[in-house]
Structures are given as structure tokens and as C-alpha cells.
Design a binder for this molecule. Structure first.
Ligand code: SF4
Ligand code: SF4
Length: 319
């Protein structure tokens, strides 16, 4: 048998596979302030309802890890700078966190900073990002001015910053963006935007308490849809993940937590309950690509887009 030269290292391939297998596949429990600036409300609703398992490839997971490490390096360098006062933890030793809408909407800021050379007496929300496009921020600043640069460069980061200022009751935001590895960096300051913060919190409330998926942003060829992790569920009729959050009996409570409203056994749901679901799970009709034509104790029947009938009996669907 002739020798074959492998074009990859099987050891590293095994390591990548282990990394992918070990990842958490459940979305976070709340709608994130770091994502609320994204344009498609339906995609945010899908995230909040855990419509699909979260799965990233090894390269992406390693990029996330690089980002976290680079952010920590930058915070450390700022802390070591004479004249700067940086806090990345609150008085109880936890990351600064904010919750709203009965804890269904949340976010964590990187810290607060005082002593910037440009504004030495003003506390700023501190946010640190790592991006391969870090130097594009400089180009945008040159074009639109520093105070408008973040909004122009990345509306999702801008939304996050505006909300952190709102919840921290600060009027200034200082974003430091470093290159991967944190060897190069730049920064922009941004002013508070109370009107946009109010609009974003209202958007979050609308998504959290929506019983059915919000409108699509476009068809399958829309720019956002082509890049969207939910395109399978949204446009291709693929099944959502079964958990309480995709069940037609569930409600996110306005007093906090999630409640099963099944008529035979209404009860509050712990996080473990929500992940486990139960045999009485029936999909939220907004997650089924068909028209509901019957419903009874044993199932909900739909006429699907291809005119066949399908009854949701609650059985597990392999994803
Ligand atoms: S596929 Fe498009 S419409 Fe559907 S959730 Fe994603 S971005 Fe929104
Ligand atoms: S019926 Fe079962 S799956 Fe549905 S919300 Fe209640 S406990 Fe969860």
C-alpha cells in the first residue's frame, strides 16, 4: 500500500473535535443587550426561545477565546496606566450587570473608567472589543467624527453602549478596540443617547413578550437571512429544538421566570425544567411551517406548505 501524506494533523483535528463537542449548546437565559441592536427581531426572538442549539466550529470557538484573552490584556494595560482608575468588577466582586423586563433582558459591561486624558473628570462606561477590523474604526472616525464613529462602525456595539450608559446612569462611553492579540488598538468616546436607549428597551420588551415570532426581515435571499443561523427554521421548514421555550403552553412571566400554562398542570419552570420540556410539548404554531387545522389532547395537526398533513404529538425530532 503506498504511503499517503496527510494534509492535516490528526491530533489537532481530534483536539478541534473535542473543543466543538464540549461547547454549551443552550442559548443564554435572557435576551442580551449585546445583541438587541441586531436588525431582525425575529432572529432575536428565536434566540430568546432557544429555537435551535448553538453550535460553533472550532475556528469560531478559538476566535471567541482569543477575544476574551485580548480583552483581559487590554483591561490590564489600562489598569496599569498612571492616572487611570479602572474597575472591571462591582463592589461584590462580580462583573457589572444589568437586568430589566423582569430579568428577561440583561447585559454585562466590561467596566468603568476615570481619568481619560481627553476628559479627566468624567466617568465613562468601559467597553473592550477585539476585532480584525479594528483599524476601520479609525477610518470611520476620520470620516464622521469621534462621537458618531461607533454608531457608524457597528450599530450593535453602539446599541450595547447606549444601554450600558442608560443602566449605569453615565453619560459617556469609552470603547477600546484591539487587534487580535491586542498588539494594536484604538478607542472612541460616545455620548449617551436616551432616546435610542428608550427605543431599544421598548424593542426588547416587544420581543420578550411576543407570543409568536415577529415578522421576517426579508426572504431567504435577504442579506441578513443568508448569514442567519436561524434560516433553516425560519425559511426552510426545519424543526426547532424542543424545550419549554418553543412550546405553545409557555409564557415568559412579567413578574419574572417562565410559566407552563398547560391546563392540566400549570406551574413555574426552573431552568432545568425549561431545557428538559415534557411529553406534553407542542410546538408554538409560529414555529411550524403550516396552517393549524385541528387540535386535541393528543396533538396539533397542521396542513404543511406542501399540502401534506402533520400532527405534532410531541415526539423528539433529531436535529
Ligand atoms: S432568516 Fe432572516 S427573517 Fe429569519 S430570523 Fe434570520 S434574519 Fe430574520
Ligand atoms: S407543556 Fe411541558 S414542554 Fe410545554 S411548557 Fe409545560 S412543561 Fe414545558
Amino acid at each position: 500500500m503506498p504511503a499517503i501524506t496527510l494534509s492535516y494533523c490528526p491530533t489537532l483535528q481530534a483536539s478541534d473535535a473535542a473543543l466543538e463537542a464540549a461547547q454549551e449548546t443552550w442559548q443564554r437565559t435572557y435576551l442580551g443587550m449585546s445583541e438587541i441592536g441586531r436588525p431582525c427581531e425575529r432572529a432575536l426572538w428565536y434566540n430568546f426561545r432557544w429555537a435551535r442549539p448553538v453550535r460553533f466550529d472550532a475556528l469560531t470557538l478559538k476566535r471567541f477565546a482569543d477575544g476574551h484573552a485580548g480583552e483581559a490584556v487590554i483591561v490590564g494595560r489600562l489598569k496599569a496606566t498612571p492616572g487611570l482608575e479602572v474597575h472591571d468588577l462591582d463592589t461584590s466582586g462580580e462583573q457589572f450587570g444589568f437586568l430589566d423586563h423582569a430579568n428577561h433582558f440583561g447585559g454585562h459591561m466590561d467596566g468603568v473608567i476615570l481619568g481619560l486624558v481627553q476628559a479627566p473628570k468624567t466617568w465613562h462606561v468601559l467597553e473592550v472589543k477585539i476585532s480584525e477590523k479594528w483599524n476601520e474604526l479609525d477610518k470611520v472616525r476620520a470620516k464622521v467624527g469621534e462621537k458618531h464613529a461607533l454608531r457608524e462602525w457597528n450599530p450593535v456595539y453602539y446599541a450595547q453602549g447606549v444601554l450600558y450608559m442608560h443602566y449605569a446612569q453615565l453619560t459617556r462611553h469609552y470603547l477600546v478596540c484591539g487587534s487580535p492579540g491586542a498588539r494594536r488598538w484604538t478607542a472612541v468616546r460616545t455620548d449617551a443617547d436616551p432616546a435610542h436607549a428608550a427605543w431599544l428597551t421598548a424593542k426588547a420588551e416587544r420581543i420578550i413578550f411576543a407570543d409568536t415570532p415577529p415578522q421576517r426581515i426579508g426572504g431567504p435571499d435577504h442579506f441578513n437571512c443568508r448569514m442567519c443561523d436561524h434560516a433553516g427554521v425560519c425559511h426552510e421548514g426545519k424543526p426547532a429544538r424542543r424545550s419549554c421555550r418553543t412550546c405553545l403552553h409557555v409564557t415568559p412571566s412579567r413578574g419574572g421566570g417562565w410559566r407552563c400554562e398547560h391546563p392540566d398542570f400549570p406551574h413555574e419552570l426552573s431552568l432545568d425544567d425549561q431545557k428538559a420540556g415534557c411529553p406534553a410539548h407542542r410546538f408554538n404554531p409560529g414555529l411550524v411551517p403550516g396552517e393549524q387545522i385541528d387540535a386535541g389532547p393528543h396533538g396539533v395537526t397542521y396542513r404543511m406548505a406542501d399540502t401534506t398533513e402533520w400532527t405534532d404529538h410531541g415526539q423528539e425530532i433529531a436535529l
